[in-house]
Design a protein around this ligand. Structure first.
Ligand code: COA
Length: 597
Protein backbone atom coordinates (compact mmCIF):
# COMPACT_ATOMS: atom_id res chain seq x y z
CA UNK A 1 0.00 0.00 0.00
CA UNK A 2 1.00 3.62 -0.38
CA UNK A 3 0.97 4.92 3.17
CA UNK A 4 1.44 8.56 4.11
CA UNK A 5 2.59 9.20 7.67
CA UNK A 6 1.44 12.56 9.02
CA UNK A 7 3.19 13.47 12.24
CA UNK A 8 3.80 16.52 14.42
CA UNK A 9 7.49 15.59 14.38
CA UNK A 10 9.61 12.75 13.10
CA UNK A 11 9.84 11.38 16.65
CA UNK A 12 10.84 7.91 17.86
CA UNK A 13 7.38 6.41 17.30
CA UNK A 14 7.09 7.88 13.81
CA UNK A 15 10.58 6.57 12.96
CA UNK A 16 9.65 3.09 14.19
CA UNK A 17 6.34 3.14 12.24
CA UNK A 18 8.29 4.19 9.13
CA UNK A 19 10.85 1.40 9.52
CA UNK A 20 8.26 -1.31 10.32
CA UNK A 21 5.89 -0.45 7.47
CA UNK A 22 8.71 -0.18 4.94
CA UNK A 23 10.06 -3.57 6.06
CA UNK A 24 6.65 -5.03 5.13
CA UNK A 25 7.02 -3.66 1.60
CA UNK A 26 4.70 -0.67 1.89
CA UNK A 27 5.56 2.50 0.00
CA UNK A 28 5.98 5.21 2.66
CA UNK A 29 6.17 8.97 2.54
CA UNK A 30 6.09 11.39 5.45
CA UNK A 31 4.73 14.86 5.90
CA UNK A 32 5.08 16.86 9.07
CA UNK A 33 1.87 18.48 10.27
CA UNK A 34 3.36 21.97 10.01
CA UNK A 35 0.20 23.53 8.59
CA UNK A 36 -2.98 22.35 6.81
CA UNK A 37 -1.55 23.18 3.39
CA UNK A 38 1.54 21.08 3.98
CA UNK A 39 -0.71 18.17 4.90
CA UNK A 40 -2.82 18.72 1.77
CA UNK A 41 0.34 18.91 -0.37
CA UNK A 42 1.53 15.57 0.98
CA UNK A 43 -1.83 13.95 0.30
CA UNK A 44 -2.20 15.43 -3.19
CA UNK A 45 1.30 14.56 -4.34
CA UNK A 46 1.52 11.10 -2.77
CA UNK A 47 -2.08 9.94 -3.36
CA UNK A 48 -1.96 7.48 -0.45
CA UNK A 49 -4.15 4.40 -0.01
CA UNK A 50 -3.93 4.97 3.72
CA UNK A 51 -2.89 7.80 6.05
CA UNK A 52 -1.47 7.03 9.50
CA UNK A 53 -0.78 9.67 12.13
CA UNK A 54 1.63 8.14 14.68
CA UNK A 55 2.02 11.33 16.75
CA UNK A 56 -0.31 14.19 16.07
CA UNK A 57 -1.02 17.31 18.08
CA UNK A 58 -2.72 19.20 15.25
CA UNK A 59 -6.09 18.61 13.56
CA UNK A 60 -6.24 16.91 10.20
CA UNK A 61 -8.11 19.12 7.68
CA UNK A 62 -11.65 17.91 7.11
CA UNK A 63 -11.22 17.54 3.35
CA UNK A 64 -8.33 15.13 4.02
CA UNK A 65 -9.99 12.77 6.52
CA UNK A 66 -13.29 12.85 4.61
CA UNK A 67 -11.68 11.69 1.36
CA UNK A 68 -9.00 9.34 2.73
CA UNK A 69 -8.75 6.42 5.07
CA UNK A 70 -7.04 8.15 7.97
CA UNK A 71 -5.83 6.54 11.23
CA UNK A 72 -4.88 8.32 14.43
CA UNK A 73 -2.67 6.44 16.89
CA UNK A 74 -4.04 7.60 20.21
CA UNK A 75 -1.97 6.97 23.38
CA UNK A 76 -4.90 5.77 25.47
CA UNK A 77 -7.22 2.86 26.16
CA UNK A 78 -10.55 2.39 24.36
CA UNK A 79 -12.75 5.41 24.99
CA UNK A 80 -9.93 7.61 26.26
CA UNK A 81 -9.91 11.03 24.61
CA UNK A 82 -8.02 14.26 24.99
CA UNK A 83 -4.49 15.67 24.73
CA UNK A 84 -3.08 14.52 28.13
CA UNK A 85 -3.79 10.77 28.05
CA UNK A 86 -0.55 9.43 29.52
CA UNK A 87 -0.30 12.33 31.97
CA UNK A 88 -3.69 11.39 33.46
CA UNK A 89 -2.86 7.67 33.40
CA UNK A 90 0.27 8.30 35.50
CA UNK A 91 -1.42 10.79 37.82
CA UNK A 92 -4.37 8.47 38.41
CA UNK A 93 -2.05 5.54 39.13
CA UNK A 94 -3.52 3.36 36.35
CA UNK A 95 -2.15 -0.18 36.58
CA UNK A 96 -2.80 -0.85 32.91
CA UNK A 97 -2.93 1.56 29.99
CA UNK A 98 -3.18 1.22 26.24
CA UNK A 99 -3.06 2.58 22.77
CA UNK A 100 -5.88 2.74 20.23
CA UNK A 101 -5.93 3.15 16.47
CA UNK A 102 -8.89 5.35 15.58
CA UNK A 103 -10.44 6.55 12.37
CA UNK A 104 -10.07 10.34 12.09
CA UNK A 105 -13.41 12.15 12.38
CA UNK A 106 -14.62 15.65 13.23
CA UNK A 107 -14.61 15.08 16.98
CA UNK A 108 -11.07 14.49 18.30
CA UNK A 109 -10.37 10.82 19.23
CA UNK A 110 -14.02 9.83 18.78
CA UNK A 111 -13.73 7.81 15.55
CA UNK A 112 -14.25 4.09 14.98
CA UNK A 113 -11.72 1.76 16.60
CA UNK A 114 -9.54 -0.29 14.23
CA UNK A 115 -7.23 -1.87 16.77
CA UNK A 116 -6.24 -1.54 20.39
CA UNK A 117 -3.48 -2.88 22.66
CA UNK A 118 -2.89 -2.65 26.39
CA UNK A 119 0.24 -2.72 28.51
CA UNK A 120 1.21 -2.78 32.19
CA UNK A 121 2.22 0.59 33.61
CA UNK A 122 5.50 0.97 35.49
CA UNK A 123 6.92 3.76 37.63
CA UNK A 124 8.75 5.84 35.04
CA UNK A 125 8.54 9.19 33.32
CA UNK A 126 5.88 9.79 30.68
CA UNK A 127 8.60 9.86 28.00
CA UNK A 128 10.05 6.60 29.35
CA UNK A 129 6.67 4.84 29.10
CA UNK A 130 6.06 6.38 25.70
CA UNK A 131 9.42 5.15 24.37
CA UNK A 132 9.15 1.64 25.84
CA UNK A 133 5.67 0.25 26.55
CA UNK A 134 3.57 2.61 24.47
CA UNK A 135 5.72 2.44 21.33
CA UNK A 136 5.72 -1.37 21.42
CA UNK A 137 1.91 -1.50 21.82
CA UNK A 138 1.35 1.24 19.24
CA UNK A 139 3.35 -0.58 16.57
CA UNK A 140 1.50 -3.82 17.27
CA UNK A 141 -1.88 -2.06 17.04
CA UNK A 142 -0.86 -0.10 13.93
CA UNK A 143 0.23 -3.24 12.08
CA UNK A 144 -3.01 -4.95 13.08
CA UNK A 145 -5.05 -2.00 11.79
CA UNK A 146 -3.12 -2.09 8.50
CA UNK A 147 -3.89 -5.81 8.16
CA UNK A 148 -7.56 -5.02 8.81
CA UNK A 149 -7.56 -2.51 5.97
CA UNK A 150 -5.86 -5.02 3.67
CA UNK A 151 -8.48 -7.67 4.52
CA UNK A 152 -11.16 -5.33 3.07
CA UNK A 153 -13.76 -7.14 5.21
CA UNK A 154 -13.00 -5.81 8.68
CA UNK A 155 -15.71 -3.78 10.36
CA UNK A 156 -14.26 -1.23 12.81
CA UNK A 157 -15.92 -0.81 16.20
CA UNK A 158 -17.87 2.41 16.78
CA UNK A 159 -17.03 4.11 20.08
CA UNK A 160 -19.75 3.06 22.50
CA UNK A 161 -19.37 4.01 26.17
CA UNK A 162 -22.04 1.52 27.23
CA UNK A 163 -19.69 -1.38 26.42
CA UNK A 164 -17.94 -2.79 29.50
CA UNK A 165 -14.49 -2.81 27.85
CA UNK A 166 -14.70 0.89 26.95
CA UNK A 167 -13.15 2.16 30.19
CA UNK A 168 -11.71 5.45 29.00
CA UNK A 169 -13.28 8.89 29.08
CA UNK A 170 -12.81 12.35 27.63
CA UNK A 171 -10.25 14.21 29.75
CA UNK A 172 -9.14 17.81 29.42
CA UNK A 173 -5.63 19.12 28.91
CA UNK A 174 -3.82 18.76 32.23
CA UNK A 175 -2.97 22.18 33.65
CA UNK A 176 -0.15 23.26 35.95
CA UNK A 177 -2.58 23.66 38.91
CA UNK A 178 -3.28 19.93 38.66
CA UNK A 179 0.43 19.17 38.51
CA UNK A 180 1.49 21.48 41.34
CA UNK A 181 3.65 20.01 44.11
CA UNK A 182 2.67 20.96 47.65
CA UNK A 183 5.96 20.39 49.46
CA UNK A 184 4.24 20.77 52.86
CA UNK A 185 1.91 17.82 52.33
CA UNK A 186 3.06 15.74 49.31
CA UNK A 187 4.92 12.50 50.00
CA UNK A 188 7.96 11.45 47.96
CA UNK A 189 5.83 9.01 45.93
CA UNK A 190 3.38 11.80 45.01
CA UNK A 191 6.15 14.23 44.07
CA UNK A 192 7.76 11.62 41.83
CA UNK A 193 4.40 10.76 40.26
CA UNK A 194 3.69 14.42 39.52
CA UNK A 195 7.10 15.02 37.94
CA UNK A 196 6.91 11.75 35.98
CA UNK A 197 3.50 12.68 34.55
CA UNK A 198 4.97 15.87 33.06
CA UNK A 199 8.35 14.54 31.94
CA UNK A 200 9.66 15.26 29.28
CA UNK A 201 7.03 17.95 28.62
CA UNK A 202 5.77 20.31 29.93
CA UNK A 203 7.53 19.75 33.29
CA UNK A 204 6.07 20.64 36.69
CA UNK A 205 6.11 24.35 37.45
CA UNK A 206 7.60 25.12 40.86
CA UNK A 207 9.25 28.01 42.68
CA UNK A 208 12.84 27.98 43.91
CA UNK A 209 14.15 31.14 45.57
CA UNK A 210 11.30 33.27 44.15
CA UNK A 211 11.91 32.19 40.58
CA UNK A 212 9.64 29.82 38.61
CA UNK A 213 11.19 26.69 37.10
CA UNK A 214 9.90 23.58 35.36
CA UNK A 215 11.15 20.40 37.07
CA UNK A 216 12.25 17.19 35.29
CA UNK A 217 14.01 13.91 36.07
CA UNK A 218 12.76 12.73 39.49
CA UNK A 219 14.68 10.06 41.43
CA UNK A 220 13.94 8.75 44.90
CA UNK A 221 16.60 9.13 47.62
CA UNK A 222 16.67 6.58 50.44
CA UNK A 223 19.40 7.97 52.75
CA UNK A 224 19.53 11.78 52.70
CA UNK A 225 16.96 13.77 54.66
CA UNK A 226 16.25 17.42 55.42
CA UNK A 227 14.11 19.36 57.87
CA UNK A 228 12.38 21.85 55.62
CA UNK A 229 10.25 20.30 52.83
CA UNK A 230 11.31 21.69 49.44
CA UNK A 231 14.74 22.75 50.77
CA UNK A 232 17.75 21.83 48.60
CA UNK A 233 19.91 19.58 50.78
CA UNK A 234 22.53 18.21 48.37
CA UNK A 235 23.79 18.25 44.81
CA UNK A 236 25.39 15.58 42.67
CA UNK A 237 26.55 15.67 39.07
CA UNK A 238 24.23 18.55 38.21
CA UNK A 239 21.15 17.19 40.03
CA UNK A 240 19.68 18.68 43.22
CA UNK A 241 18.24 16.77 46.17
CA UNK A 242 15.21 18.32 47.87
CA UNK A 243 13.73 17.38 51.21
CA UNK A 244 10.18 16.07 51.38
CA UNK A 245 7.98 15.32 54.40
CA UNK A 246 8.90 11.62 54.32
CA UNK A 247 12.37 11.59 52.71
CA UNK A 248 13.98 13.31 49.78
CA UNK A 249 13.84 13.43 46.02
CA UNK A 250 16.46 14.21 43.38
CA UNK A 251 15.58 16.48 40.48
CA UNK A 252 18.04 16.25 37.63
CA UNK A 253 16.91 19.00 35.23
CA UNK A 254 15.27 22.42 35.30
CA UNK A 255 14.04 24.96 32.79
CA UNK A 256 13.52 28.58 33.77
CA UNK A 257 10.08 30.05 33.09
CA UNK A 258 9.41 33.46 31.63
CA UNK A 259 12.41 33.82 29.42
CA UNK A 260 12.10 35.78 26.23
CA UNK A 261 13.10 33.58 23.31
CA UNK A 262 15.93 35.06 21.28
CA UNK A 263 15.92 34.04 17.60
CA UNK A 264 19.09 32.37 16.30
CA UNK A 265 20.17 35.34 14.22
CA UNK A 266 19.84 37.73 17.23
CA UNK A 267 21.53 35.55 19.83
CA UNK A 268 24.87 37.36 19.69
CA UNK A 269 23.11 40.63 20.56
CA UNK A 270 21.85 39.39 23.90
CA UNK A 271 24.50 40.02 26.57
CA UNK A 272 23.07 37.88 29.30
CA UNK A 273 22.89 34.17 28.43
CA UNK A 274 19.38 33.12 29.37
CA UNK A 275 18.56 29.47 29.00
CA UNK A 276 15.06 28.79 27.78
CA UNK A 277 15.74 25.06 27.49
CA UNK A 278 16.23 22.09 29.76
CA UNK A 279 19.60 21.88 31.56
CA UNK A 280 21.06 20.10 34.59
CA UNK A 281 19.52 21.72 37.67
CA UNK A 282 22.85 22.92 39.12
CA UNK A 283 23.76 24.62 35.86
CA UNK A 284 20.46 26.55 35.95
CA UNK A 285 20.66 27.49 39.63
CA UNK A 286 24.36 28.46 39.52
CA UNK A 287 25.58 30.39 42.55
CA UNK A 288 22.39 29.58 44.45
CA UNK A 289 24.03 26.23 45.19
CA UNK A 290 27.33 27.65 46.48
CA UNK A 291 26.58 26.43 50.00
CA UNK A 292 24.89 23.17 48.96
CA UNK A 293 27.08 20.16 49.78
CA UNK A 294 28.14 17.79 47.02
CA UNK A 295 26.98 14.24 47.72
CA UNK A 296 29.65 11.95 46.26
CA UNK A 297 28.98 8.55 44.74
CA UNK A 298 31.36 5.72 43.91
CA UNK A 299 32.38 5.82 40.21
CA UNK A 300 31.65 2.08 40.09
CA UNK A 301 28.51 2.25 42.21
CA UNK A 302 27.29 -1.25 43.07
CA UNK A 303 24.83 -0.42 45.85
CA UNK A 304 21.13 -1.17 45.99
CA UNK A 305 19.98 1.98 47.80
CA UNK A 306 17.72 4.37 45.92
CA UNK A 307 19.52 7.51 44.86
CA UNK A 308 20.40 9.59 41.80
CA UNK A 309 23.02 7.70 39.80
CA UNK A 310 23.97 7.99 36.17
CA UNK A 311 26.60 5.23 36.21
CA UNK A 312 26.45 1.93 38.06
CA UNK A 313 27.91 -1.53 37.81
CA UNK A 314 26.86 -5.13 38.37
CA UNK A 315 28.94 -8.28 38.22
CA UNK A 316 28.08 -11.96 38.06
CA UNK A 317 29.80 -15.11 36.81
CA UNK A 318 32.82 -13.34 35.29
CA UNK A 319 30.67 -10.81 33.48
CA UNK A 320 30.57 -7.10 34.32
CA UNK A 321 27.61 -4.89 33.34
CA UNK A 322 28.29 -1.17 33.13
CA UNK A 323 25.14 0.98 33.04
CA UNK A 324 25.25 4.63 31.96
CA UNK A 325 21.82 6.17 32.11
CA UNK A 326 22.44 9.73 30.96
CA UNK A 327 19.33 11.88 30.61
CA UNK A 328 18.16 11.69 26.98
CA UNK A 329 21.33 9.77 26.09
CA UNK A 330 23.22 13.06 25.80
CA UNK A 331 26.82 12.84 27.05
CA UNK A 332 28.53 16.08 28.11
CA UNK A 333 32.30 16.50 28.55
CA UNK A 334 32.13 15.83 32.30
CA UNK A 335 29.77 12.88 31.87
CA UNK A 336 32.15 11.37 29.30
CA UNK A 337 35.10 11.83 31.67
CA UNK A 338 33.22 10.16 34.50
CA UNK A 339 32.20 7.32 32.22
CA UNK A 340 35.81 6.86 31.13
CA UNK A 341 36.91 6.59 34.76
CA UNK A 342 34.16 4.05 35.50
CA UNK A 343 34.95 2.11 32.34
CA UNK A 344 38.62 1.81 33.33
CA UNK A 345 37.62 0.59 36.79
CA UNK A 346 35.23 -1.94 35.24
CA UNK A 347 37.96 -3.19 32.88
CA UNK A 348 40.27 -3.67 35.86
CA UNK A 349 37.79 -6.04 37.52
CA UNK A 350 38.49 -9.79 37.37
CA UNK A 351 35.93 -10.55 34.67
CA UNK A 352 36.12 -11.97 31.17
CA UNK A 353 33.34 -10.03 29.50
CA UNK A 354 32.24 -6.42 29.98
CA UNK A 355 28.75 -5.51 28.78
CA UNK A 356 28.04 -1.84 28.07
CA UNK A 357 24.37 -1.49 28.95
CA UNK A 358 23.71 2.18 28.14
CA UNK A 359 20.57 3.70 29.66
CA UNK A 360 16.88 2.85 29.98
CA UNK A 361 15.66 5.09 27.14
CA UNK A 362 18.80 5.60 25.04
CA UNK A 363 22.20 3.93 24.80
CA UNK A 364 23.69 7.24 23.73
CA UNK A 365 22.82 10.17 21.49
CA UNK A 366 26.35 11.55 21.32
CA UNK A 367 27.63 14.91 22.54
CA UNK A 368 25.40 17.00 24.80
CA UNK A 369 23.87 19.63 22.57
CA UNK A 370 22.06 21.49 25.39
CA UNK A 371 25.21 21.86 27.49
CA UNK A 372 27.10 23.03 24.40
CA UNK A 373 24.36 25.52 23.59
CA UNK A 374 24.61 26.91 27.14
CA UNK A 375 28.42 27.21 27.05
CA UNK A 376 30.17 30.56 26.87
CA UNK A 377 31.93 29.40 23.73
CA UNK A 378 29.92 26.71 21.94
CA UNK A 379 32.68 25.85 19.46
CA UNK A 380 35.22 25.25 22.24
CA UNK A 381 32.77 23.20 24.28
CA UNK A 382 31.87 21.12 21.20
CA UNK A 383 35.58 20.43 20.73
CA UNK A 384 36.05 19.38 24.37
CA UNK A 385 32.94 17.22 24.25
CA UNK A 386 33.82 15.39 21.04
CA UNK A 387 37.32 14.70 22.34
CA UNK A 388 35.92 13.41 25.63
CA UNK A 389 33.56 11.00 23.84
CA UNK A 390 36.36 9.95 21.49
CA UNK A 391 38.49 9.10 24.54
CA UNK A 392 35.85 6.62 25.72
CA UNK A 393 35.47 5.07 22.29
CA UNK A 394 39.25 4.72 22.02
CA UNK A 395 39.39 3.02 25.40
CA UNK A 396 36.75 0.49 24.29
CA UNK A 397 38.40 -0.10 20.92
CA UNK A 398 41.75 -0.77 22.57
CA UNK A 399 40.54 -2.95 25.46
CA UNK A 400 42.74 -6.01 25.13
CA UNK A 401 42.13 -7.86 28.38
CA UNK A 402 38.54 -8.91 27.90
CA UNK A 403 35.71 -9.16 25.38
CA UNK A 404 33.31 -6.26 25.23
CA UNK A 405 29.65 -6.13 24.23
CA UNK A 406 27.31 -3.22 23.50
CA UNK A 407 23.85 -4.28 24.71
CA UNK A 408 21.45 -1.77 23.20
CA UNK A 409 18.07 -1.58 24.89
CA UNK A 410 17.27 2.08 24.13
CA UNK A 411 17.77 3.80 20.81
CA UNK A 412 20.89 5.61 19.76
CA UNK A 413 21.76 8.35 17.33
CA UNK A 414 24.72 10.17 15.78
CA UNK A 415 27.86 9.65 17.90
CA UNK A 416 26.03 7.16 20.12
CA UNK A 417 25.09 5.04 17.11
CA UNK A 418 28.78 4.91 16.17
CA UNK A 419 30.08 4.41 19.72
CA UNK A 420 28.19 1.08 20.07
CA UNK A 421 30.40 -0.29 17.29
CA UNK A 422 33.55 0.10 19.39
CA UNK A 423 32.69 -3.08 21.30
CA UNK A 424 33.52 -6.55 19.98
CA UNK A 425 29.87 -7.51 19.77
CA UNK A 426 26.68 -5.53 19.38
CA UNK A 427 23.37 -6.98 20.58
CA UNK A 428 20.15 -4.97 20.33
CA UNK A 429 16.55 -5.25 21.42
CA UNK A 430 14.27 -5.97 18.48
CA UNK A 431 12.47 -2.61 18.53
CA UNK A 432 15.58 -0.41 18.69
CA UNK A 433 15.90 2.37 16.15
CA UNK A 434 19.39 3.46 15.10
CA UNK A 435 20.25 6.81 13.56
CA UNK A 436 23.85 6.29 12.39
CA UNK A 437 24.34 9.68 10.77
CA UNK A 438 25.31 13.23 11.70
CA UNK A 439 24.03 15.12 8.67
CA UNK A 440 20.96 16.70 10.24
CA UNK A 441 23.28 18.34 12.80
CA UNK A 442 25.65 19.61 10.09
CA UNK A 443 28.52 17.47 11.38
CA UNK A 444 31.01 15.16 9.70
CA UNK A 445 31.11 13.08 12.86
CA UNK A 446 33.82 11.42 14.93
CA UNK A 447 33.76 8.58 17.50
CA UNK A 448 36.14 6.71 15.14
CA UNK A 449 33.19 6.02 12.85
CA UNK A 450 35.41 6.05 9.76
CA UNK A 451 37.16 2.98 11.27
CA UNK A 452 34.26 1.10 12.92
CA UNK A 453 31.40 1.56 10.49
CA UNK A 454 33.03 0.49 7.17
CA UNK A 455 34.71 -2.35 9.08
CA UNK A 456 31.27 -3.71 9.95
CA UNK A 457 29.12 -2.82 6.94
CA UNK A 458 31.62 -2.10 4.18
CA UNK A 459 32.44 1.28 2.63
CA UNK A 460 29.39 1.52 0.34
CA UNK A 461 26.83 0.87 3.07
CA UNK A 462 28.78 3.15 5.42
CA UNK A 463 28.41 5.96 2.93
CA UNK A 464 24.73 5.17 2.36
CA UNK A 465 24.00 5.21 6.11
CA UNK A 466 25.85 8.44 6.81
CA UNK A 467 24.71 10.35 3.73
CA UNK A 468 20.98 9.58 4.06
CA UNK A 469 19.80 10.77 7.45
CA UNK A 470 17.21 8.04 7.93
CA UNK A 471 16.75 5.59 10.80
CA UNK A 472 17.24 1.85 10.48
CA UNK A 473 15.59 -0.96 12.41
CA UNK A 474 17.24 -4.05 13.81
CA UNK A 475 16.37 -6.38 10.88
CA UNK A 476 18.20 -4.19 8.40
CA UNK A 477 20.94 -3.48 10.94
CA UNK A 478 21.61 -7.20 11.34
CA UNK A 479 21.33 -7.94 7.63
CA UNK A 480 24.08 -5.44 6.81
CA UNK A 481 26.31 -6.45 9.74
CA UNK A 482 25.83 -3.25 11.75
CA UNK A 483 24.72 -5.37 14.74
CA UNK A 484 25.30 -9.05 15.57
CA UNK A 485 22.19 -10.19 17.41
CA UNK A 486 18.56 -9.22 17.85
CA UNK A 487 17.16 -9.78 21.34
CA UNK A 488 13.52 -9.78 22.56
CA UNK A 489 11.47 -6.62 22.98
CA UNK A 490 10.25 -7.64 26.44
CA UNK A 491 12.51 -6.06 29.10
CA UNK A 492 12.80 -9.10 31.41
CA UNK A 493 13.41 -11.50 28.52
CA UNK A 494 15.96 -9.07 27.05
CA UNK A 495 17.89 -8.81 30.33
CA UNK A 496 17.82 -12.59 30.73
CA UNK A 497 19.16 -13.14 27.21
CA UNK A 498 21.89 -10.53 27.65
CA UNK A 499 22.92 -12.34 30.84
CA UNK A 500 22.82 -15.81 29.27
CA UNK A 501 24.73 -14.78 26.16
CA UNK A 502 27.36 -12.81 28.08
CA UNK A 503 27.92 -15.72 30.49
CA UNK A 504 28.13 -18.14 27.56
CA UNK A 505 30.79 -15.90 26.01
CA UNK A 506 32.75 -15.83 29.28
CA UNK A 507 32.52 -19.64 29.53
CA UNK A 508 33.23 -20.26 25.86
CA UNK A 509 35.84 -23.05 25.59
CA UNK A 510 37.50 -20.96 22.87
CA UNK A 511 37.47 -17.77 24.94
CA UNK A 512 41.29 -17.49 24.95
CA UNK A 513 41.43 -17.89 21.16
CA UNK A 514 38.68 -15.31 20.73
CA UNK A 515 40.64 -12.86 22.84
CA UNK A 516 43.90 -13.55 21.00
CA UNK A 517 42.16 -13.18 17.65
CA UNK A 518 40.76 -9.81 18.76
CA UNK A 519 44.23 -8.65 19.84
CA UNK A 520 45.77 -9.75 16.52
CA UNK A 521 43.11 -7.97 14.45
CA UNK A 522 43.65 -4.76 16.43
CA UNK A 523 47.41 -4.94 15.96
CA UNK A 524 47.03 -5.62 12.24
CA UNK A 525 44.51 -2.77 11.82
CA UNK A 526 46.85 -0.47 13.72
CA UNK A 527 49.71 -1.28 11.35
CA UNK A 528 47.51 -0.54 8.31
CA UNK A 529 46.24 2.75 9.71
CA UNK A 530 46.62 3.86 13.32
CA UNK A 531 43.50 4.82 15.25
CA UNK A 532 45.14 8.19 15.88
CA UNK A 533 45.07 8.84 12.14
CA UNK A 534 41.32 8.11 11.92
CA UNK A 535 40.70 10.42 14.85
CA UNK A 536 42.87 13.22 13.48
CA UNK A 537 41.15 13.10 10.08
CA UNK A 538 37.66 13.09 11.61
CA UNK A 539 38.46 15.89 14.03
CA UNK A 540 39.99 18.01 11.32
CA UNK A 541 36.60 18.02 9.57
CA UNK A 542 34.74 18.49 12.84
CA UNK A 543 36.89 21.54 13.55
CA UNK A 544 35.65 23.03 10.29
CA UNK A 545 32.05 22.28 11.34
CA UNK A 546 32.61 23.81 14.78
CA UNK A 547 34.11 26.92 13.23
CA UNK A 548 30.69 27.46 11.64
CA UNK A 549 31.78 26.58 8.12
CA UNK A 550 30.10 23.87 6.12
CA UNK A 551 31.68 20.54 5.50
CA UNK A 552 30.06 18.32 2.90
CA UNK A 553 26.52 19.58 3.46
CA UNK A 554 24.26 22.59 3.57
CA UNK A 555 23.52 22.52 7.30
CA UNK A 556 25.29 24.92 9.64
CA UNK A 557 26.07 23.09 12.89
CA UNK A 558 25.50 26.08 15.19
CA UNK A 559 22.17 26.87 13.61
CA UNK A 560 21.09 23.21 13.52
CA UNK A 561 22.05 22.80 17.19
CA UNK A 562 20.24 26.02 18.13
CA UNK A 563 17.09 24.81 16.35
CA UNK A 564 17.32 21.35 17.90
CA UNK A 565 17.83 22.60 21.45
CA UNK A 566 15.18 25.35 21.16
CA UNK A 567 12.79 22.97 19.39
CA UNK A 568 12.33 25.31 16.44
CA UNK A 569 9.93 23.67 14.02
CA UNK A 570 11.22 23.31 10.46
CA UNK A 571 9.60 25.42 7.76
CA UNK A 572 8.90 22.37 5.63
CA UNK A 573 9.25 18.60 5.70
CA UNK A 574 12.79 17.59 4.76
CA UNK A 575 13.07 16.06 1.31
CA UNK A 576 14.61 12.84 2.66
CA UNK A 577 11.34 12.19 4.53
CA UNK A 578 8.84 13.61 2.03
CA UNK A 579 9.18 11.07 -0.76
CA UNK A 580 6.19 12.71 -2.47
CA UNK A 581 8.25 15.88 -2.91
CA UNK A 582 11.08 13.91 -4.48
CA UNK A 583 8.61 12.16 -6.77
CA UNK A 584 7.15 15.50 -7.64
CA UNK A 585 10.57 16.95 -8.41
CA UNK A 586 11.31 13.92 -10.59
CA UNK A 587 7.99 14.34 -12.40
CA UNK A 588 8.67 18.03 -12.94
CA UNK A 589 12.09 17.38 -14.42
CA UNK A 590 10.49 14.75 -16.70
CA UNK A 591 7.98 17.34 -17.86
CA UNK A 592 10.74 19.85 -18.44
CA UNK A 593 12.81 17.46 -20.56
CA UNK A 594 11.09 18.13 -23.93
CA UNK A 595 11.46 21.87 -23.43
CA UNK A 596 15.19 21.51 -22.98
CA UNK A 597 15.67 20.00 -26.41
N1 COA B 1 22.00 16.40 23.26
C1 COA B 1 21.02 16.94 24.02
N2 COA B 1 19.75 16.49 24.03
C2 COA B 1 19.47 15.46 23.21
C3 COA B 1 20.43 14.86 22.38
C4 COA B 1 21.75 15.36 22.42
N3 COA B 1 22.72 14.83 21.70
N4 COA B 1 19.83 13.89 21.66
C5 COA B 1 18.55 13.85 22.05
N5 COA B 1 18.31 14.81 22.97
C6 COA B 1 17.06 15.11 23.67
C7 COA B 1 16.01 15.82 22.83
O1 COA B 1 16.17 17.19 22.85
C8 COA B 1 14.74 15.38 23.53
O2 COA B 1 14.60 16.16 24.68
P1 COA B 1 13.23 16.25 25.53
O3 COA B 1 12.39 15.08 25.18
O4 COA B 1 13.69 16.21 26.93
O5 COA B 1 12.62 17.52 25.15
C9 COA B 1 15.06 13.96 23.98
O6 COA B 1 16.47 13.86 23.98
C10 COA B 1 14.54 12.90 23.07
O7 COA B 1 14.97 13.21 21.77
P2 COA B 1 14.00 13.08 20.54
O8 COA B 1 14.66 13.77 19.40
O9 COA B 1 12.63 13.50 20.92
O10 COA B 1 14.07 11.49 20.41
P3 COA B 1 13.80 10.64 19.13
O11 COA B 1 13.79 9.24 19.58
O12 COA B 1 12.61 11.18 18.47
O13 COA B 1 15.07 10.90 18.17
C11 COA B 1 17.46 11.10 17.71
C12 COA B 1 16.33 10.36 18.49
C13 COA B 1 18.80 10.53 18.15
C14 COA B 1 17.26 10.92 16.22
C15 COA B 1 17.39 12.62 17.99
O14 COA B 1 17.26 12.84 19.37
C16 COA B 1 18.63 13.37 17.53
O15 COA B 1 18.77 13.64 16.36
N6 COA B 1 19.50 13.74 18.49
C17 COA B 1 20.69 14.50 18.21
C18 COA B 1 21.84 13.58 17.90
C19 COA B 1 23.06 14.41 17.57
O16 COA B 1 23.08 15.10 16.58
N7 COA B 1 24.07 14.33 18.45
C20 COA B 1 25.23 15.18 18.29
C21 COA B 1 26.26 14.65 17.36
S1 COA B 1 27.21 13.37 18.08
Amino acid sequence: MRILLISSSYNGLCQRAHVELEALGHDISITLALNPDDIRKGVTFFQPDLIICPFLKEKIPEDVWKKHHCFIIHPGIKGDRGPSSLDWAIMNGEKEWGVTVLQAVEEMDAGDIWATETFKMRQASKAGIYRRELTKAAIKAMLQAVRHVESKTFQPEPLDYSKPDVRGELRPLMKQVERKIDWATDHVATIIKKINAADSAPGVLDVIDNQEYYLYGAHEESLLQGWQPGEIIAQRHGAICRAAIDGAVWISHLKRKNIVKVPFYKRFLSHDKQFDFKLPAAKVLGSLLDETPESPIDPLFMGSELTFKEIWYEEKKQVGYLHFNFHNGAMSTTQCRRLLESYRLAVARPTKVLVLMGGSDFWSNGIHLNIIEAAENAANESWRNINAIDDIVLEILTTQTKLTVSAVWGGCGAGGAMAILAADKVWAREGVIFNPHYKTMGLYGSEYWTYSLPKRVGPVKALELTETPLPIGTKKAKAIGYIDEILPDDYDLYREQVRQKAEALAMDPYYRQLLEEKQKIRQKDERVKPLAAYRAAELQKMKINFSGKFYGGEVNYHEARYNFVHKVRPKETAAYLAKHMRLDAAKLSELRQPLAY
